[in-house]
Write a protein that binds this ligand. Structure first.
Ligand code: ADP
Ligand code: MG
Length: 249
């Protein structure tokens, strides 16, 4: 059987900060229906890679193909419009608005004229329905009317995810979504991501190895900017280089 064409193809992606090679010829693919996890020690270049794919950092060289199209020259906004979704480490949630209203703003931004209609019309039923659907997806529907500032840390991460999903992404870039979450929050998010992969493939940077090993279809290991190993969970778990370089064994 022929392999499904990748949705994201990175080829020899390169980015230096001065003499430091943050990503050094990184190549990897994300295919439809899969969670591809990117792991590696602090400073390995994982966030730098995500920024290059999202468009917030310009690579020094290499290629980024999304759905077969070279997107290296596109702005962040153009990539979002093509379906490249991400959550932001700097929160994009408006704390004074309810969870529902935050998601409605996201939904609305996909419908153009976001300035003219900046204030979402709370009784616009189709907008409310679309936003509620995303809140349900992340299991936050019961908290729809709560002001974002009053949500717990984990709930805010769920809200950010709902806002990202409201943009109807074809691929989701997640940079340490479990960071700062308690065991309960991580467990919930793991369950949610497990179901989400069928709707949208995910490039997942995550330190929580329990989550990575339970979720990933494939794992790439980045050390000092280079992919030292790539393969299934079992292949990575038993890879001697990985155990020495990263798992500290
Ligand atoms: P990771 O996300 O894997 O922890 P990063 O991609 O954040 O790693 O960082 C990779 C390396 O690049 C680190 O040594 C970091 O200090 C450096 N770095 C990241 N961003 C910048 C920047 N804007 N300017 C200079 N150095 C940077
Ligand atoms: Mg990082």
């Amino acid at each position: 059987m022929a392999e499904t064409a990748p949705i994201l193809e990175l080829r020899e992606l390169r980015k230096s900060f001065g003499a430091l090679k943050a990503t050094d010829d990184v190549s990897l693919d994300v295919r439809p229906g899969e969670i591809h996890a990117l792991i590696g020690p602090n400073g390995a270049g994982k966030s730098t890679l995500i920024h290059q794919v999202a468009g917030s950092l310009t690579p020094d060289g290499g290629e980024i193909r999304f759905n077969g199209e070279d997107i290296s020259g596109l702005t962040v906004a153009q990539r979002v419009r093509l379906g490249l979704g991400r959550t932001f480490q700097v929160s994009s949630v408006a704390p004074e608005f309810s969870a529902l209203r935050n998601v409605m703003l996201s939904v609305q931004s996909t419908q153009g004229s976001s300035f003219r209609f900046f204030k979402p019309v709370m009784h616009d039923a189709s907008l409310v329905d679309a936003a509620m659907e995303k809140l349900s997806l992340v299991d936050l529907a019961e908290r729809a009317d709560v002001v974002a500032a009053e949500l717990s840390h984990g709930e805010r991460r769920q809200l950010e995810m709902a806002m990202a999903l409201a943009l109807n992404p074809k691929l989701l870039l997640l940079d340490e979504p479990m960071a700062g979450m308690g065991p309960e929050g991580s467990k919930n998010l793991t369950g949610f991501l497990d179901t989400l992969r069928h709707e949208v493939p995910i490039l997942l940077v995550e330190h929580d190895m329990e989550a990575v090993f339970s979720l990933a279809d494939r794992i790439s290991v980045l050390v000092y900017g280079s992919v030292i190993a790539s393969g299934s969970v079992d292949e990575i778990r038993t890879n001697r280089d990985v155990r020495e370089a990263y798992l500290g064994e």
